[in-house]
Design a protein around this ligand. Structure first.
Ligand SMILES: *Cc1c(COP(=O)(O)O)cnc(C)c1O
Length: 404
């Protein structure tokens, strides 16, 4: 025990760009976690919308173990069977004709944005380079994706940042009309803003973006890194809206905890990624692809997706009951198992203060910005764990209110 790492080792040895909670979870099973001291937690955080099947799901463990004893990595000098199976699976289940594989959401968006620029360059010329994104959006942490993202705090101090990027107001089509034109190559949007506070797009807004993109020959990119792979109650949230993008990015839940990302597009668009234009050493890694294939095949079934919607209702009922008693929330919103509760005016900006109290009560949760308590649990979290987790949340909220 004496040589077990401690939380102070974080401060001693790791880059100070995170501020992790004090406890160190060491083991997980389903929607339960245990820390170094053996304390047990219910997991409503899901590794930030990543652990879509909870911890150590037998289907994913089996896929990983089998592949681990077969072949790990080849690079893209060769292709490999798991990557080919995963690409075929994603293409057959979505609007897309082709997939580009990578290892994270930021890389998937980097690829999508580069592809949109390259496509416009190939078909219309270099002057068509303008990218429209939205305030409060989040698309990753590479320099291009923080610049496209709509939260200036993530790009401040890293300049000069790439040019040709403009930000409109989410759910405000007029603000897009003011920016869009013949020089627009792409509009990138999250069907539901995740990091920006769990804000679903209005259906008319996404339909309007689709029309504007068609009118100006611009590509519509849906960033489904957080909303994808069953999270919304459909395989991808675009299916809930019935509005189809030209490019879609996926990561987080795609590997259920194994790092993997994908950028999907139509044949016409993906043709601009000709040999040598883009790449990634780990893209299509055999271990990652094998796990992602197992995750998608398990999640994209009527039973699992219907279960997501049932669980959404259960989460909402519990949160509303808590709110009737304590009045801490302004709105409870979201889709499927990506749920946000914004704080009422009396508790403005204080969502973060609930997290350590929740941990103390045995519950892992998240925030999305300073004012929204966020939940992104396993898509197959047992109902008993939802009830127990909500009982613990209620204890935490009772203390939060009492301490205020
Ligand atoms: C998390 C997230 C990303 C970034 O993904 P990484 O895997 O951290 O690079 C991009 N877009 C959205 C919408 C996200 O939620």
């Amino acid at each position: 025990m004496s040589d077990s790492p401690t939380r102070s080792d974080f401060d001693r040895y790791m880059a100070p760009n995170y501020a992790p909670q004090q406890v160190i979870p060491t083991r997980g099973k389903g929607s339960r976690l245990w820390d170094q001291a053996g304390n047990e937690y219910i997991d409503f955080a899901g590794g930030i919308a990543v652990n879509a099947l909870g911890h150590c799901h037998p289907v994913l463990v089996e896929a990983l173990e089998t592949q681990a004893n077969t072949l790990w990595h080849l690079s893209n000098v060769y292709t490999n069977e798991p990557a080919l199976r995963l690409a075929k699976c994603l293409v057959e289940r979505t609007f897309a004709d082709k997939a580009f594989m990578c290892s994270s959401g930021g890389e998937a968006n980097e690829a999508a944005l580069k592809l949109a620029r390259r496509y416009a360059h190939d078909h219309y010329g270099a002057q068509k380079d303008k990218i429209i994104s939205f305030h409060q959006s989040f698309h990753g942490r590479t320099l291009f994706t923080v610049s496209v993202g709509g939260q200036p705090k993530y790009s401040q101090g890293f300049g000069p940042i790439p040019g040709g990027i403009f930000h409109a107001e989410f759910n405000n089509l007029d603000s897009v009309r003011e920016l869009v034109g013949d020089d627009t190559c792409a509009i990138i949007v999250e069907p539901m803003q995740g990091e920006g506070g769990i804000v679903p797009a209005d259906p008319g807004f996404l339909a309007g973006l689709r029309e504007l993109c068609d009118q100006y020959q611009a590509l519509l990119i849906f960033d489904e890194v957080q909303t994808g792979v069953g999270r919304s109650g459909s395989l991808y949230a675009y299916m809930e809206y019935g509005i189809t993008p030209d490019i879609l990015t996926s990561a987080k839940a795609l590997g259920g905890g194994f790092p993997v990302g994908a950028m999907l597009a139509t044949d016409d668009v993906m043709a601009s990624f000709s040999v040598g234009t883009h790449g990634s050493t780990y893209g299509g890694n055999a271990l990652a692809s094998a796990v992602a294939l197992a995750a998608v095949e398990y999640i994209d079934t009527p039973e699992v997706l219907a279960g997501v919607k049932q669980r959404h209702d259960l989460f909402r009922e519990h949160l509303e009951a808590i709110n009737r008693q304590y009045g801490v929330f302004q709105t409870i919103r979201g889709m499927g198992l990506l749920i946000g509760a914004s704080m009422s005016p009396a508790y403005e900006g204080r969502a973060k203060d609930i997290l350590p109290l929740a941990i103390d009560e045995g519950l892992m949760a998240l925030i999305a910005g300073p004012n929204v308590l966020r939940m992104a649990p396993s898509l197959v979290i047992p109902e008993a764990d939802i009830h127990e987790g909500m009982a613990r949340l209620e204890q935490a909220i009772a203390r939060f209110v009492a301490e205020t």
